[in-house]
Design a binder for this molecule. Structure first.
Ligand SMILES: O=C(O)CCC(=O)C(=O)O
Length: 265
């Protein structure tokens, strides 16, 4: 299927209904092919330059561990040094859907860019609000595919319906280590889903939804993605790692910061 054929005519109300029922919704074709290409080129350039001092450190050569992610780590908080990342994070199309699913004005907490090259490991099953510690309520992720994503290259997996479950603390001791630790078990009677995604599709999901991704088992297909996390305007506190928050006008926003969370994803 080509990108055009994958573009959904799902209304914002239908997306909101999906989100409320399943804990996630999939907005197809939110970004154009050109926008996806521009974003990928931007991050490829930052990577090729050897890193961004103070923000993005990468190994220049493979080491004997064979972990390709040492050469291609994810960018964390690129909106703090890249105007383009900040613009994508505060894009109006995201805001419209976030307002519908959150039922309040969103504020951005985090941006990330993943290369996930062939051979990269995946991310164990987890819930984002263990890390963001948003109170009251939870966070919402907007996960945009920048390549075609399926099981082979480690596409996103979700467990529909788990958005109403408690936060499982299995990963508590891994907070801050950038390693996911063991996977949260899929609750009895529920199952993992892996929605195939096209470049420019965005998956919105609740901070309690169990999700993760498998390894990229392909030889030649990358699985790049741009991921942002949001809190609601009425949020009172969130983990200090996410401060300052940023509103959709691009202005820094203050909320109480707690010391119990850490980097997510
Ligand atoms: O992109 C992935 O493989 C995992 C991302 C993730 O878990 C997250 O954004 O919370």
């Amino acid at each position: 299927m080509k990108l055009k054929e994958a573009v959904s005519d799902r209304t914002v109300e239908q997306l909101r209904d999906d989100f409320q029922t399943k804990g996630y919704c999939l907005a197809r074709g939110l970004y154009s092919e050109t926008e996806v290409e521009v974003l990928n080129k931007h991050f490829e350039g930052l990577h090729a330059d050897g890193g961004v001092p103070g923000f993005y450190t990468r190994a220049m050569e493979p080491d004997e561990s064979g972990d390709i992610l040492k050469m291609y780590p994810r960018f964390i908080h690129p909106h703090r040094f890249s105007g383009m990342a900040r613009d994508y994070m505060t894009d109006e199309r995201l805001r419209v859907i976030l307002c519908a699913v959150m039922e309040e004005e969103p504020i951005a907490a985090q941006s990330m860019y993943y290369f996930k090259p062939p051979g990269a490991r995946g991310q164990s099953l987890h819930q984002d609000n263990l890390y963001l510690k948003v109170k009251p309520g939870t966070c919402v992720a907007a996960w945009t595919a920048l390549d075609f994503c399926d099981k082979e290259n480690g596409g996103m997996m979700v467990v529909p319906g788990t958005h109403t479950s408690e936060i499982n603390c299995i990963h508590e001791k891994n907070i801050g280590s950038y390693e996911g630790g063991p996977s949260i078990p899929v609750p009895e009677g529920m199952r993992l889903e892996l929605p195939e995604m096209f470049p420019g599709d965005t998956l919105f999901f609740n901070g309690s939804l169990i999700h993760g991704s498998g390894p990229n088992r392909t030889k030649d297909r990358w699985r790049r993605s741009f991921i942002c996390h949001y809190v609601g305007k009425n949020c009172e506190s969130t983990a200090d790692f996410y401060h300052p928050l940023v509103d959709f006008k691009g202005k820094d926003v203050e909320r109480a910061a707690t010391t119990d969370g850490g980097p997510c994803g």
